[in-house]
Write a protein that binds this ligand. Structure first.
Ligand SMILES: Cc1ncc(COP(=O)(O)O)c(C=O)c1O
Length: 394
């Protein structure tokens, strides 16, 4: 009998292979954050890689709400929502999120990853069809696999390919899931066309608006209303609270029937500790600011336009994105790493995104803008990008 392979040895081998392919991921500890500035290893860097798009994460109103709620109620929720963990702060936040997104109800999850796993596993049964954009976030893909659905991935934003995949099994219960704003590309899904397709095909449409909420829509309601769609078109809406909202966690919004069903069957909701109520209180303060301080969205929009204009003038390989995510496509993983290192030497923190997060040959600098930045910050970044060694960007 051949000896049983050792799991830790196999994992170590995979890590070593990743190192040899120059694709090893490294963890860096940030010592301090001050608006768009971070301190790391004794150096102060201007960051262009945060998802705090509206600049709310350090807002005094959030900090005060968190402190007040912690003074009143302590830190941990103490148990799962369905046991004794669901507090008034959670209920108030859910109500505000439902109102913001124009849905009957909303339900909190501890992370976006868990929300997507929970929704998929509650909605889909073994053998059901789940059609997804190839560039969807990892947790949507994992969710379909966890549910045992037949996962079909269509080429990015290709509605006709999605239609063919649905038609292929016209009698199967089907979910079409898409990012609203694609996390590594920044472009917006063709939501109106996808909604029309789902209507024709009797398919449920789910949108993960992690990067659209707060940024798109007149009151920051996200990509769905921006596309002229409502709750009937997109019955399953998920968004995160750790990006433009500046906190942590996520929610699913939809009909009473959807949320009732998730309470019964979403295992990542049922079998986990509820988020700290103080965090829910801080998040409610953030939601109010995200809705009412429209200047944040306007400033962000102006910075995006300034960056795109400058990058275009410099002939940089900008990807087509109208959102806070402005990737520069460099192709080769090494080129992306060198560009990020060169920017760091010039005082900027911009992350290189490489396979397997993005496809081979599609490595990039994922530049993100925030209402925290000033015009001068964007201009300095452009100057630094123009100084990248010849051949980078390609
Ligand atoms: C599109 C998308 N969905 C879901 C998630 C997961 O959310 P969370 O970080 O709250 O787990 C992310 C990123 O983190 C994302 O970009």
């Amino acid at each position: 009998m051949t000896p049983r392979p050792d799991l830790l040895a196999r994992l170590a081998l995979h890590t070593q292979q990743r190192e040899q392919a120059n694709l090893r991921r490294r963890l860096h500890t940030i010592d301090r954050v001050d608006g768009p500035w971070i301190e790391r290893g004794g150096r102060r860097l201007l960051s262009f890689c945060s998802n705090d798009y509206l600049g709310l994460a350090q807002h005094p109103a959030l900090v005060a709400a968190l402190k007040q709620a912690a003074d009143d109620d302590g830190v941990g929720s103490g148990s799962a929502h369905l046991i004794a963990g669901h507090r008034t702060a959670h209920a108030a936040l859910e109500e505000a999120l439902a109102e913001w997104t124009g849905r009957e109800r909303a339900m909190l999850f501890s992370t976006g990853y868990m929300a997507n796993l929970g929704v998929m596993q509650a909605l889909l049964e073994r053998g059901d069809l789940c059609v997804q954009d190839k560039l969807n976030h990892a947790c949507l893909l994992d969710g379909a696999q966890l549910a045992g659905a037949e996962l079909k991935r269509y080429p990015h934003a290709d509605v006709e390919a999605a239609a063919r995949q649905l038609a292929h099994r016209g009698d199967a219960p089907a979910l079409l899931a898409t990012d609203g704003v694609f996390s590594m590309d920044g472009d917006i899904a063709p939501l109106a066309e996808l909604a029309a397709l789902c209507r024709r095909e009797g398919t449920t449409l789910m949108v993960d608006d992690a990067h659209g909420l707060g940024v798109l829509g007149a009151r920051g309601e996200g990509a769905v209303p921006e596309a002229g769609l409502g709750a009937d078109d997109v019955p399953v809406l998920m968004a995160t609270l750790g990006k433009a909202v500046g906190c942590s966690g996520a929610f699913v919004a939809g009909s009473v029937a959807l949320i009732d069903g998730l309470v019964q069957f979403a295992r990542t909701y049922i079998y986990t500790t509820a988020m700290p109520p103080a965090l829910a209180a801080a998040t409610l303060a953030a939601v109010r600011l995200a809705q009412t301080e429209t200047w944040r969205r306007e400033k962000l929009r102006a910075l995006i336009a300034r960056f795109r204009h400058g990058a275009h003038e410099l002939g940089l390989p900008l990807m087509p994105s109208a959102t806070a995510i402005q990737p520069l496509l460099l192709g080769d993983a090494q080129a992306a790493m060198h560009a990020a290192a060169s920017l760091e030497r010039q005082g900027f923190l911009v992350t290189a995104i490489r396979p397997p997060t993005v496809p081979q040959g599609k490595s990039r600098l994922r530049i993100t803008l925030s209402a925290m930045h000033e015009e001068g910050d964007v201009d300095r970044l452009l100057e630094a990008l123009s100084r990248l060694p010849a051949g980078q960007p390609v």
